[in-house]
Each structure stands twice: as structure tokens, then as C-alpha cells.
Design a protein around this ligand. Structure first.
Ligand SMILES: NC(=O)C1=CN([C@@H]2O[C@H](COP(=O)(O)OP(=O)(O)OC[C@H]3O[C@@H](n4cnc5c(N)ncnc54)[C@H](OP(=O)(O)O)[C@@H]3O)[C@@H](O)[C@H]2O)C=CC1
Ligand SMILES: CC(=O)[C@@H](O)[C@H](O)COP(=O)(O)O
Ligand SMILES: [Mn+2]
Length: 394
């Protein structure tokens, strides 16, 4: 069998670098044909291009001539002085890279900026291995309409878990989905105790090593709110039949409850290489993609309800999803702006979710969901969030 041709969007990030580990571990299964990144780390990107031998590379910002020089240096060092991939540069570079002929496009970009690349990947006919949950959430019905049955394979650990559990039963046997949440670094704290936490503390995730946006979203529980919407869209289960339970060890990645009361869970130590490998290989499993649980050591898995008073983000996300239309896009855009302001030291941690709440409460939605209405709602939400953030600044 020929190796599957893989496009990696966001190759320099946490998902992207782990995807290259997966490919390195199974070169007979996968071949990287194109890479893209924001442009913030041209040295790493150049090394990745030479290492993988990708024929195409894209950057949103940064100097393409500098990238070309760095690739030439790395290629000389690797003993391949004639290696010259084609470089795409500019804001639409990842969208163009997503359309390169391939079997699977892994979208590992952070943020709703991943929407156009998601739509381009779907249009290309390739399987979309989706880590960039934001594009599905903001695009909603638009992304679903662009996807053929089974064309989107989830990479987010919870949704990969659910997809695996669903192999055990038919859609009409599904009663509920149960998303697990680590609870983040501030699990157990009251709303008041969250007031003065620092960006450094918010980035200290208890179980996962991830990029700064998703790590902060785990701390506010916004990530779980986004994942609730993601699960609803991916698996067509009504919002009120999706639960969140706190599981601090992050070993059970999510569960499906069936009509007879049986619950199937997927468990593995926290390591994204497993869902990434399954996303690239779906429906086939990649042998030795990750270590399994070690039953020779005593261990406990615990579960507790989510404190929705201290962490109201999941309820807020559910409300936004129920309102539909452009509300999820507004939820996400306001969050992205607030998280940036928090890391810049302009607002408090608790202002993040308050900002989302405030911006959502002023939104009136849009009649019909189009790409234009989504982009307009996002711009509006970002501008409104900025005004709100200026008022709540420290
Ligand atoms: N990390 C994880 O374990 C998990 C992540 N996810 C999801 O996966 C996605 C990626 O997360 P993560 O890897 O942690 O994020 P990182 O911040 O680590 O990486 C983000 C990647 O996106 C690139 N990027 C940023 N802006 C652009 C742009 N305009 N065009 C193209 N590429 C761009 C970055 O490039 P540059 O380096 O140049 O800035 C980088 O390669 C998110 O949606 C996250 O929620 C889901 C589950 C787990
Ligand atoms: C690894 C992964 O999928 C992340 O999205 C993870 O879910 C973050 O953990 P919590 O949001 O549960 O803290
Ligand atoms: Mn997740």
C-alpha cells in the first residue's frame, strides 16, 4: 500500500509537532506533502520542511525569502542541497496549502482563522483530521454542509474517544454523550479565588502540554464549552443530551451512554499522539502510536460534577449553541480577544468569561448562516470585546 499523503496545517505547534512524531514513527503509512504555519518560528518550519521532504510550505506572516534561505541552509546540512519546496506566503497561504492534492489534511491551526483552510480541505475531497475545533464551531452548519459523510475525523481527544466508543453501537442506540474535563489548574477554587490568578498559573495545565490558547481555555472551562458544541455538531446529538464530568486524571477521554444504560469509555494516558494517529489513519489504528495504561501500578480514576458557579463557561456555550446562527462564532471570537488581553496583562482571569457573556448578550444573530455573516459577526464581536476590555482593564 502507498503511504497516505498528509498535509499538516499549523505544523510548528503542539498538534503539528506531535503529528510529525506520528509520521516519523510510521513512515510506511504516512508521507507529508505540505506544511503550513503562522510564520512565528521560521527556523523550526524550515527544519520540518527538510525533515519531511514536503513539496509545499506556507506561511501567513514572515519573510518568504528568509524562509527560503533557512530551508536552503537546512537542506545543505542534511546533504540535499537541491531540495527546493514551493513556498506560499500571505494570509491565505494555509488555505492554498489545504487544497494541495492529499489523502488527509490535519488542521492544527489555533483559532477561527482555521475556518477558510477547513473549508478548502473539505472542498479538496481529502479527509479532514480536525484538531482546529474553532473552525467547526464558528462555521457550524456551513462546515457540515461542505463535508461529505465521514469526511471529518475528530482529533480533539474527547471527540476521538466518542468516535471510538460509537463503533460499539448504532446512532439510534445512543442515549447521551459524556465529555470528560480535567477541570484545569484551578479546579476546586471558588469564583472569588479565581479573581487574581496569573497568566503563568493559567498556563500550568495539570495533565496536557498544549498551545497557550487551548491551555487557557481549559483553565476557564471555555474549552469544554467549545467541545460541547463540537460534539453536538460532529455527532448530531442534541445539546441537552451531552454532559460534562470532571475527571482530573485525563485518562478516560469521554464516554457514550447507550439506551440500555451501558456506558462505553475510551481510556489511555494523556498523549495526543494517539488521537492524531487515529485521525491520520482512520478507520485504521496505528500500531504503537502511544503507550497504553499500565495495570501493574496502583492507580485511581476519579469523577466529580462541574462547579458551574465558579466556571460558567460551559452553560454559556450551551446557550450560545442553542441560539445558533452566529452566536457560537461570537462566543469564540470574544474569547480569543479576551484571552489575548489576559496574557497581555490587560484584564483579570475572570474578565475572560465575563467578556464573552457581555458580548453575547448584545448580539442579535443573523438571519441565515453564510460565510459572510460569520465573518461579519466575528469582526463585530472582536470590536465589541475590545471596547469591553478597555473598560475592564486592570
Ligand atoms: N495541543 C493539543 O494537545 C490540542 C489542541 N487542540 C486544538 O488544536 C488546535 C491547535 O492547538 P495547538 O497545537 O495547541 O496550538 P499551538 O499554539 O501550539 O500551535 C498553533 C499552530 O497554528 C499556527 N498558526 C497560527 N496562526 C496561523 C495562521 N494564520 N495560519 C497558519 N497557521 C497559523 C502556528 O504557527 P506559528 O508557530 O508560526 O505561530 C502553530 O503552528 C487548536 O484548535 C486547539 O484547540 C485540540 C486538542 C488538543
Ligand atoms: C487534549 C485535549 O483534547 C484538550 O482539548 C483537552 O481537552 C484539554 O483538557 P481539559 O479542557 O479537559 O482541561
Ligand atoms: Mn479536548
Amino acid at each position: 500500500m502507498q503511504p497516505r499523503k498528509i498535509v499538516l496545517l499549523g505544523s510548528t505547534g503542539s498538534i503539528g509537532t506531535q503529528a510529525i512524531d506520528v509520521v516519523d514513527g510510521a513512515p510506511h503509512l504516512f508521507e507529508v506533502v505540505a506544511l503550513s504555519a503562522g510564520g512565528g518560528n521560521l527556523e523550526l518550519l524550515a527544519r520540518q520542511v527538510v525533515h519531511t521532504g514536503a513539496a509545499f510550505v506556507g506561511i501567513a506572516t514572515g519573510d518568504p525569502l528568509r524562509l527560503q534561505e533557512l530551508i536552503a541552509d537546512a537542506a545543505r546540512t542534511a546533504g540535499r542541497p537541491d531540495f527546493r519546496p514551493e513556498i506560499f506566503a500571505g494570509p491565505d497561504a494555509s488555505t492554498r496549502i489545504a487544497a494541495v492534492e492529499a489523502d488527509v489534511v490535519l488542521n492544527g491551526i489555533t483559532g477561527s482563522i482555521g475556518l477558510a483552510p477547513t473549508l478548502a480541505a473539505l472542498k479538496s475531497g481529502a479527509v479532514l483530521a480536525l484538531a482546529n475545533k474553532e473552525s467547526l464551531i464558528v462555521g457550524g452548519a456551513l462546515v457540515k454542509a461542505a463535508a461529505a459523510q465521514g469526511q471529518i475525523v475528530p482529533v480533539d481527544s474527547e471527540h476521538s474517544a466518542i468516535a471510538q466508543c460509537l463503533r460499539s453501537g448504532s446512532a439510534d442506540e445512543v442515549e447521551r454523550l459524556i465529555l470528560t474535563a480535567s477541570g484545569g489548574p484551578f479546579r476546586g477554587r471558588s469564583r472569588e479565588e479565581l479573581h487574581d490568578v496569573s497568566p503563568g498559573e493559567a498556563l500550568a495545565h495539570p495533565t496536557w502540554d498544549m498551545g497557550p490558547m487551548v491551555t487557557t481555555n481549559s483553565a476557564t472551562l471555555v474549552n469544554k464549552g467549545l467541545e460541547l458544541i463540537e460534539a453536538h455538531l460532529l455527532f448530531d446529538v442534541p445539546l441537552d443530551r451531552i454532559d460534562v464530568v470532571v475527571h482530573p486524571q485525563s485518562v478516560v477521554h469521554s464516554m457514550v451512554q447507550f439506551v440500555d444504560g451501558s456506558i462505553i469509555a475510551q481510556a489511555s494516558p494523556p498523549d495526543m499522539r494517539l488521537p492524531i494517529a487515529l485521525g491520520l489513519g482512520w478507520p485504521d489504528r496505528v500500531p504503537q502510536a502511544a503507550r497504553p495504561c499500565d495495570w501493574t501500578k496502583a492507580t485511581s480514576w476519579t469523577f466529580e460534577p462541574l462547579d458551574t458557579t465558579a466556571f460558567p463557561a460551559v452553560d454559556l456555550a450551551k446557550d450560545a449553541a442553542k441560539q445558533g446562527s452566529t452566536f457560537p462564532a461570537v462566543f469564540n471570537a470574544a474569547n480569543e480577544e479576551a484571552v489575548t488581553a489576559f496574557h497581555d496583562g490587560r484584564i483579570r482571569f475572570t474578565d475572560i468569561v465575563e467578556t464573552i457573556h457581555s458580548v453575547l448578550s448584545e448580539h442579535s444573530g443573523s438571519s441565515g448562516l453564510t460565510l459572510e455573516s460569520v465573518l461579519d459577526a466575528e469582526s463585530w464581536a472582536r470590536a465589541r470585546a475590545h471596547e469591553r476590555l478597555a473598560v475592564s482593564s486592570l
